[in-house]
Each structure stands twice: as structure tokens, then as C-alpha cells.
Design a binder for this molecule. Structure first.
Ligand SMILES: C[S@@+](CC[C@H](N)C(=O)[O-])C[C@H]1O[C@@H](n2cnc3c(N)ncnc32)[C@H](O)[C@@H]1O
Length: 210
């Protein structure tokens, strides 16, 4: 079934509200940032929050903080004493993310690390219950391979944008599309996991390590 705009709105209307800070952050993003399409948005944010509430992770690793919207969604499901570690290279957006997170009850439970995720991940000592891959597309497969041994058995990896506006269906040869096609193929061929590609927004790949 093709999801029409009316159905999308109906789904939004019958989905629980986000917090006031998340709403403020989303509106701030849409009115100040030309690249606001990077933010997970209301409906996907509620899905990420719900998944986190179902998994109850102790440690979430997020690759791609942007303005901290999805980090705050994951924080809503943390187990007692749990934390979100979120990585990004961009100083300006990171500053804004920290300001918004500071207004919430999760201020001490979200660790912001600034730098190239490819360099930072090998320095982390934690075992991850949930990893969210949402940064530069050419590195998706690298990120998956870098984190895999550190995800606990029964833990999850979630990757955003795996439909890439439908371009994964085409024979497009641009770098991002090719990287996402390669990532999706690698996951479906990986016998160590079970996965489902959820066709919401730009496509969420949900992967469970056996
Ligand atoms: C799509 S946005 C993240 C959106 C956020 N997860 C959300 O849902 O609201 C992608 C982010 O990845 C960051 N990024 C890109 N390449 C990166 C890299 N090599 N290491 C760390 N972060 C990177 C960008 O600066 C950008 O803020």
C-alpha cells in the first residue's frame, strides 16, 4: 500500500506526543537549518523512542548526533543507570545539541564525543545494547563492522536512510546510493543477524545480533 499524506497525518495524530523540548528542538531545526531533513522528525523519533523503551538499553551508541534529537529519543528508553554515547564531527550543531539536552532530565546521561566516528569507535570500551548508524553513508558498512563485535548477543543495530529516497532501487552509481545498496546486501547476507527493513520515512534497517 502506498502511504498517502492523509494516512501519514492520521498516524501522527494517533501517536503519543513528544516532549516539549523535543518539539522545541524540531521547530528550531526546521526554522534555522537548511539541512533540517537530517533530523529524524516526529514520527521516526517516536518509533526510535518506542524501540528504546522495548529494548531498555544500558548503553546506546549513536553515530551522527546532529542536533541531539534522536539521542534524546533513545534516552527515553534507557535502563536505570544507562547512557547514550553520541558521536559527531560538527562543532556548531554539537553546541546546539548540548544546549537542548542540558534542558532535559537526560543531561547527565548523554555523552557527546566530537570527532570522526571511524577514529572514535575503536577507543570506546563499552559493550553496546543498541547502536544507531546515522552519519556519512559511505562509512555505513565500516561502522557496522567496527561495532559488531562490541554489540552484545541479542543487541541491536539500527541504520537510518537505507532506502535513500528510493534510489536503492535504481542503477544509480553515486557513492552514497552504492554504499547503502552494499550495506543492505551485507546485512541480508550476514548469518549472524536477523533483520527487518522498516519502510518508514527514509527506511530504517533494524538488525538483531543472534
Ligand atoms: C543525519 S545527521 C544525524 C541526525 C540525528 N541522528 C537525528 O536523527 O536527529 C548525520 C550527522 O552525522 C555527522 N557525521 C557525518 N560524518 C561523520 C563522521 N565521519 N563521524 C561522525 N559524525 C559524522 C554529521 O555531522 C551530521 O550531524
Amino acid at each position: 500500500m502506498v502511504i498517502t499524506e492523509e494516512i501519514t497525518k492520521y498516524a501522527d495524530d494517533f501517536t503519543s506526543d513528544e516532549s516539549a523540548v523535543l518539539q522545541e528542538l524540531r521547530e528550531h531545526c526546521y526554522s534555522h537549518y537548511a539541512d533540517s531533513g537530517m533530523l529524524s522528525g516526529f514520527f521516526q523519533g517516536r518509533v526510535l523512542s518506542m524501540l528504546s523503551q522495548m529494548i531498555r538499553p544500558k548503553v546506546v551508541l549513536e553515530i551522527g548526533t546532529y542536533l541531539g534529537y534522536s539521542a534524546l529519543c533513545f534516552a527515553e528508553g534507557l535502563a536505570e543507570g544507562g547512557k547514550v554515547i553520541t558521536l559527531d564531527v560538527q562543532q556548531d550543531t554539537n553546541k546546539v545539541a548540548r544546549e537542548f539536552v542540558a534542558k532535559t532530565e537526560y543531561a547527565s546521561r548523554i555523552d557527546f564525543l566530537l570527532g570522526n566516528a571511524v577514529d572514535i569507535i575503536p577507543t570506546l570500551s563499552e559493550t553496546f545494547d543498541l547502536v544507531f548508524i546515522d552519519a556519512d553513508k559511505p562509512n555505513y558498512s565500516n561502522y557496522y563492522n567496527l561495532v559488531f563485535d562490541r554489540v552484545r548477543s541479542g543487541g541491536f543495530v539500527i541504520a537510518d536512510n537505507v532506502l535513500w529516497s528510493g534510489k536503492v532501487l535504481l542503477d544509480e552509481k553515486d557513492e552514497d546510493t552504492a554504499a547503502l545498496q552494499e550495506f543492505n546486501q551485507m546485512v541480508i547476507a550476514d548469518g549472524r543477524v536477523v533483520n527487518v527493513l522498516l519502510p518508514i520515512r527514509d527506511g530504517l534497517m533494524i538488525i538483531k545480533k543472534k
